[in-house]
Design a protein around this ligand. Sequence first.
Ligand SMILES: Cc1cc2nc3c(=O)[nH]c(=O)nc-3n(C[C@H](O)[C@H](O)[C@H](O)COP(=O)(O)OP(=O)(O)OC[C@H]3O[C@@H](n4cnc5c(N)ncnc54)[C@H](O)[C@@H]3O)c2cc1C
Length: 371
Amino acid sequence: MDDQEVDVLIIGAGPAGAACALGLLRYSDCRVWVLDNGDLQQVRVGEHVSSSIFDFLDYLKVDKRQFDDQCFTANYGKTSYWGSDIPSQHDSLFTTAGTSYQLKRELFDLELLKQVADAGGHVLPRSQCLSVEQNDQQEWTVDIEHERFGAFQINAQYLVDASGRKAFMSRRLGIPRRNDDRLMGVGTFLQFNDGPLNHDQLIETTELGWWYTATLSDNTAVATFFSDADIISRDQLQKPENWNQCLQQTKHMRKRLQGSQTTTPNLWVKDASSQVNDLHQRSHFIAIGDAAAAFDPVSSMGLGFALSSACVGAKALQATLANGNEESLAVYDKDIQNNFTQYQTNKRQVYGQEQRWPSATFWQRRQDNVL
Ligand SMILES: Cc1cc2nc3c(=O)[nH]c(=O)nc-3n(C[C@H](O)[C@H](O)[C@H](O)COP(=O)(O)OP(=O)(O)OC[C@H]3O[C@@H](n4cnc5c(N)ncnc54)[C@H](O)[C@@H]3O)c2cc1C
């Protein structure tokens, strides 16, 4: 492939990267490329969203009807055993606003990328960024290796890190990142053959962490156990037999999942830690979505933030491209920090509600704020 000149190069084709590209393409005549090192076929997790995502989709001029029928499954409530064995009903542990939905992530993510391509953006999966350099005019040159097209360069005015929790580009540029905890999720997708499924989400805490299940379309469900990386490793909870044993020690979750079969033999293990990039002074660069700040899945904030930070980030980039002044990018970075600080307070309050295992490592860490 020939070398390319673009205005904005986005690294990562998840919801944040796609939404940022759309935000730029819908409201400016920017040349935008989105690169991903995956093939866009990998397992995608994180699917519970509030109806507020439709406001962002409206802004991005994406009609809900353009998504596959199976993409959104309405939730009929959330039952949670958190802090007590008496169930409580929430829409979300952080907010009680509006209807919520379970997304089929692969359908959602792929439709957003299709819209990017239709709007004139370039989406290139299977692309490795080999090196990145910034010249005196603050422009970027990124060396790319593509599975089929081979080696080529992209010269970009602005660079966006949308690579998820790995924060690949931020780390590559040496931007410090703070971890608030070491939470991991170990989970699987399940198939129910008999009878209708309960469409409530279910959350249940245990001594070692907490469980989550939610119904997706097609009589399938997702079930995940969340605990700290060292606890998962110590008890080998990534192994199906140990994960199942842990499941059998729950009171409510095991009943809900009775009669289901896993759709794959192995469990997936995902980083679910809360983390944020430090405020940085890197010119011509922003991070969006999980690459900027990543939240505990109990908050169900990840996808909403991926879209909101992408829309706001795209607006800030547009302003900067138009007037050459980076003030809007600095304001954007500061807002991320403020949001994360507020989130940390909320998170401590939510975890503080569970007092049944005061000497259990997982809960103690969250009471004492020791990581
Ligand atoms: C177990 C679990 C459960 C969750 N549950 C929820 C939930 O219920 N609700 C919710 O809102 N959120 C949830 N989340 C969070 C949610 O999944 C994320 O917030 C969301 O996916 C962030 O979108 P993103 O586009 O920023 O990053 P991602 O979706 O992670 O996308 C990043 C993209 O960047 C690509 N990439 C990575 N490295 C590179 C590289 N070096 N070069 C090029 N491309 C790269 C990846 O292939 C990927 O396509 C959950 C997360 C976990 C782990």
